[in-house]
Write a new protein. Structure first.
Length: 218
């Protein structure tokens, strides 16, 4: 079991460094994911602010290429969010009465052990189908999630092969299971897709400002 990180008012820089180290891995000695809890209660706007404060503390510069805020109560299959091949995903879960289970599949490790580059491995063994998903099951971790409080899940969302001597970020897949959806409640997720600066136009400061302060859902 990988212990969650705890964010306090005086440790944001240290937590950001540890979060980055666990997630933005170039080798398989790190998990490629992390769960972050806050030591004090935070509201929706504060949760989103924390997500961007952490990014600013990372030792590598990232830009936001996707921003979303949605209510999701449908179980999913293992997947990576659509993004550039080198990408970092932050998911901010608001307080909800809807219980969920989140699982991580170390697709990079599965591909290395199979001797197949990750993009080819994922294409050959599509986790959306039972026969494909079976290839990932020995590499699955269920996250230890709190209930009745907000939290953040950070994921290496990359789709690059593990190549000796090449510093590629090594991604994972994720899925959620909602055993008992509740149409009278919400399970709000704030999604921030990050990538290294490149040819793709990042979100503008105005778009980021809107994301940080909005109350509506996608």
């Amino acid at each position: 079991m990988i212990e969650p990180l705890f964010l306090a008012p005086d440790n944001s820089a240290a937590i950001a460094t540890e979060l980055f180290t666990r997630v933005w891995r170039m080798t398989l000695d790190q998990p490629g994911f992390a769960v972050l809890r806050c030591e004090k209660s935070v509201n929706s706007h504060e949760l989103r602010q924390i997500m961007f404060v952490l990014v600013e503390e990372f030792p590598v510069t990232f830009v936001a290429e996707r921003l979303g805020r949605f209510d999701q109560q449908v179980s999913s299959k293992f997947h990576r969010d659509g993004a550039p091949d080198a990408s970092f995903l932050l998911l901010g879960y608001e307080t909800s009465s809807v219980r969920s289970r989140i699982f991580i599949a170390d697709s990079s490790r599965a591909a290395v052990e199979a001797g197949v580059p990750l993009p080819e491995f994922v294409a050959k063994f599509n986790p959306m189908f039972p026969t494909g998903e079976a290839k990932y099951l020995p590499f699955v971790t269920e996250l230890e999630l709190p209930h009745g409080e907000p939290y953040i899940v950070a994921l290496n969302n990359s789709l690059l092969p593990c190549v000796p001597g090449v510093a590629n970020p090594l991604g994972v897949l994720h899925k959620a299971i909602i055993d008992e959806p509740d149409p009278t409640a919400c399970r709000v997720i704030n999604s921030v897709g990050l990538t290294i600066p490149g040819p793709r136009a990042p979100k503008t400061s105005a778009e980021i400002g809107h994301f940080l302060t909005r109350d509506d859902l996608d």
